[in-house]
Design a protein around this ligand. Sequence first.
Ligand code: KMH
Ligand code: ZN
Length: 306
Amino acid sequence: QGKSKGGRKVIITCAVTGAIHTPSMSPHLPITAEEIADAAVGAAEAGAAIVHLHARNPEDGRPDQSPEAFAPFLPVIKQRTDAVVNLTTGGAPTMTIEQRVRPAATFKPEVASLNLGSMNFGLFGMLNRFKEFRHQWEKDYLSDKGIIFRNSFADIEYILTTCAGNDTRFEFECYDTAHLYNLKYFFDQGLVKAPLFIQTVFGLQGGIGAHPDDVLHMKRTADRLFGDDYRWSVLGAGRNQLPIAAMAAAMGGNVRVGLEDSLWAGPGKLAETNAVQVRAVRQIIEGLGLEVATPDEAREILSLKG
Ligand code: KMH
Ligand code: ZN
């Protein structure tokens, strides 16, 4: 992890909109290209070194993984910030693997996400709050039977081989310990290279929980499998966002926030911007005597192409 006289450098990633939250859940969820660009710029100005991006149909907010949907905001973000751009290959659970990889294959970003295993996505807690949806697609999409997020070994390899040669590095999304072992398999095959940027995800129904024991277990497993060959980051879903970030920052990790992961800025209080969450986590990091990494420091820590 990065070091300096002033204290260890902590990389903040901000995931500004994602594909699971829908427009009816928060009026603050960025939908249009302009909103996504403004959210990313605001997050970067508040201290996010990396912005993790999805795109949406501006008419109804539906996740849209066509390169044309990303094209209007990527140059704006590049022009207005120095932040590392991280494009999703997770897309949405309804999309095919070929659709999911297209933005990363087209724009060849410094970072793309890569999900390390198939899993259930149980959104029951969230759905209990939202009986009324503005759009029919939200109702169909967030089926009350739960969603399966497919990431087979073949799917993962497809994304790796499609992006090979682009110098894109990955944010490896690991939602449970098995996913760390899956990553280890690809590492041993030589298909992914150190330093691995591992995003351990806590508190999604279908993945590992958000108890401190869960955080310790994921870290210990990653330490055992990868030693010095990885950089650790955490993401806590919903109300777990800041507690998980605080735990990991104190334990040597990096952090991810953003409206993709939580719509909240406190109990019962919707986050009005992504920047609000970045500022909140920044306060925790600085309160611990640590420093927030700049985009260039993140590039160095993660060996990005820059
Ligand atoms: N929604 C997440 C918990 C992706 O875009 O590849 C993780 C994620 C997936 O960001
Ligand atoms: Zn995402």
